[in-house]
Design a protein around this ligand. Sequence first.
Ligand code: NAD
Length: 448
Amino acid sequence: MQTSPTDRPAAPETPADIVARLRATFRTGRTRDLHRRTDRLLRLRSLLTEHGDDLADALRADLGKSRKEAYRTEIDFTVREIDHTLEHLAGWLRPEPALVPAHLAPTGATAHTVLDPLGVVLVIAPWNYPVQLLLAPVVGALAAGNCVVAKPSELAPATSAAVARLLPRFLDPDEVAVVEGAVPETTALLEQRFDHIFYTGNGTVGRIVMAAAARHLTPVTLELGGKSPVYVDGDTDLGTVAARLAAGKFLNAGQTCVAPDYVLTGPETAPALTDALAAAVEELYGPDASAHPEYGRIVNERHFDRLAALLGSGRTVTGGAHDRDTKYIAPTVLADVAPDAPVMREEIFGPILPIVTVDGLDGAIAFINDRDKPLALYAFTGSPAVRDRLLAETSSGGVGLGLPLAHLTVSDLPFGGVGESGMGRYHGRYSLETFSHRKAVLDTPLSA
Ligand code: NAD
């Protein structure tokens, strides 16, 4: 049977077609309008509030996330980021005056900067917080007046599908396009010219992204990971420390970029701390975390096998149980861990917390500085002198004193890494700066 040209299914859009379509939209100038920016943020907010349960169901399917955790760490998190942006956007966009130097003063010139949208930006997200880490950068990109290609992670397939289904219902597909897929699809996307690429994930792929961006001189933000250390001083209430550490570490079964990766403490503190951690884990998840509704699962078999191989890296204080069929690994604390043990060689990204004893603060600072610059550094100490030394003598993307993870929930703080943990920053006004060009303007009157 012959088909007429109109019966033929339309050829799927290529990445080049998608970018060209979004670029045409950007050139109309409509995405720059403040009312339109606000409207797009409100629409994204509606998606999250009206379909929060759909997203939570997808997160449960992908990661065993409880509904409470899905709302707290992904859906409500992103809504808060939108609300913060909506509240301040007009102020952030106001031109910023600059000082005119003395040699130009006689001309009556004034100087200022304005934030210019970049154009069409690409956001590539990972699987561990697949809603938050896709949509929070999108919030910044839209607030800055751009068009966006959003690429969810194929390792969280239910969430990827949910986002691909929902976004076009709330945002104009000529302004925001979702491209699902794995390595081939992402590789094809990366061949296109974007005005910014915002990548969250591991450093190996970060290098691929940066190399692809270099071909077009496209600026990149790389939100990467690494081993975020914790320093516990002897002068602290170890019950409180352990409760906060366990809550931060075992959230999302340890699959959090800023999760405490390992603990450094002195030999006089280590025994009491390990006891306190074992008690804190039991307090959080009961005697069997596999039966606790709030405890998550490992994303896939590959990560499960990688983590299971690390369980023998020290003396098991609590945990150790694991089951491949359900991708369950118990919240595990390992003591007496050697600095070169397998668990200390790579980012753990799972529910295993090693404790390494060091020679006091000096030993801890040397240990941290001998390794890649981490995404986060955490410290529990009552001593201002210890805090000051840690802040002055180590480098990390961010610092959490007394509480892990929470710094990234402060929209007014920049979130990003340094060195191996990444480059660039976002959240709140930092997202706006990331997805804009700060343009310099000198305005000199024609008649003095
Ligand atoms: P992932 O495997 O989902 O990969 C992230 C993205 O990269 C996906 O969209 C994927 O499709 C794409 N990708 C994978 N291989 C590619 C290739 N060869 N070419 C082009 N694109 C490719 O996630 P992941 O990397 O396993 O995520 C975990 C890592 O991310 C950890 O190191 C973690 O610390 C880090 N992370 C960092 C942050 C942060 O905000 N700094 C947040 C979450 C995770």
